[in-house]
Design a protein around this ligand. Structure first.
Ligand SMILES: [Zn+2]
Length: 321
């Protein structure tokens, strides 16, 4: 059990745009030795940053093979970070991580002078498992443990792994509201909505169903109107353009897992997570947010006229890598 008040912390969490105001503006100068790095006003750093003792989390991952004794974090963010790591430790999720890759780094986004400062400059973001979840690695190839990701999101952290295409940043968690235009999972901020900590995060008791043109389909590949719908045994669904060689036969195997994930191959050939309801290559794709049932059918003329095509949606993102 934790006594930390996640609801209050999430209530006070800044939006991405308000972050400099909420966590404190500071003056800085460009680093003369490292391109893209900045040197903040030491007075600001002295009053706004604190040390978090990491030895209280026995399974906290190492950095370059060495145990890390402490990290520097914004004083307003450190309490929720500690409470989140306590839960991750208790649930055996910290030991699923392979490496800690940093928190406080005063620098421009993407180490590019002229761009805004990264959230790491406020010591309000933390990176894990960079080797297999690097900047731009698509969702489908991110290796970071998804139960750990889910716990972070339940505790109010925004995960960069939900940012699309070239902005994807699977190693990165930051203390801000989710960015506008990004996918928000149903469990985001769940700790603020429950009086007691949630039960262990997996498995969920949901067995999702997938319908193509109103007909339930089983595990395997179903082709409809030029789109292949793949339903995996674990329950995850994958949509991509059909290559023209598949037979349009209904798949029949039974789902035995609880995955509720839906992933689409976008116009840039990148696998990205999907939620909600949108048109994809002329098909209306609708993911029920409660049951996770997925419906795929041709979009009507009105739907085509009134809603933006998913594949044409701008990747509305403020890159905060
Ligand atoms: Zn980061």
């Amino acid at each position: 059990m934790t006594s930390f008040d996640f609801a209050a912390a999430i209530q006070a969490r800044p939006s991405d745009a308000d972050l400099p105001i909420a966590l404190g503006r500071f003056s800085y100068r460009e680093s003369p030795t490292q391109r893209g790095a900045v040197i903040p006003d030491p007075a600001w750093a002295g009053t706004h940053l604190v040390q978090v003792n990491l030895t209280q989390f026995p399974d906290f991952p190492t950095s370059s093979g060495r145990r890390v004794q402490h990290l520097t974090m914004h004083r307003q963010v450190a309490p929720v970070f500690i409470a989140t790591m306590q839960l991750a430790q208790q649930r055996g999720l910290l030991k699923t991580l392979h490496e800690y890759n940093g928190c406080y780094v005063a620098r421009h986004m993407g180490w590019t002078p002229g761009r805004p400062l990264s959230v790491h400059s406020w010591a309000a973001a933390v990176d894990f498992d960079a080797a297999t979840n690097g900047y731009g690695v698509p969702f489908g190839r991110m290796q970071i443990n998804k139960d750990f990701v889910r716990l972070m999101e339940e505790c109010g952290w925004t995960w960069g792994g939900r940012w699309t295409s070239s902005y994807a940043d699977g190693m990165h968690f930051q203390w801000s509201d989710p960015l506008p235009g990004t996918v928000v999972p149903t469990w985001q901020d769940a700790m603020a909505k429950t009086a007691t900590p949630l039960k262990p995060v997996s498995p969920t008791p949901i067995k999702r169903r997938v319908f193509v043109n109103g007909q339930p389909v089983g595990v395997g590949r179903t082709v409809t109107d030029g789109v292949a719908v793949l339903l995996s045994k674990d329950g995850s669904a994958w949509l991509q353009p059909a290559d023209g060689h598949e037979a349009a036969v209904a798949a029949t195997g039974a789902v035995d897992g609880n995955s509720t994930r839906v992933t689409l191959l976008d116009q840039a050939d990148v696998w990205v997570p999907f939620s909600g309801r949108a048109i994809y290559r002329g098909l209306m794709v609708n993911l029920n947010p409660t049951t996770y049932d997925l419906h795929v059918r041709p979009a009507t003329a009105e739907e085509r006229a009134s809603s933006g095509s998913w594949s044409n949606l701008p990747h509305v993102l403020i890159g905060l890598q």
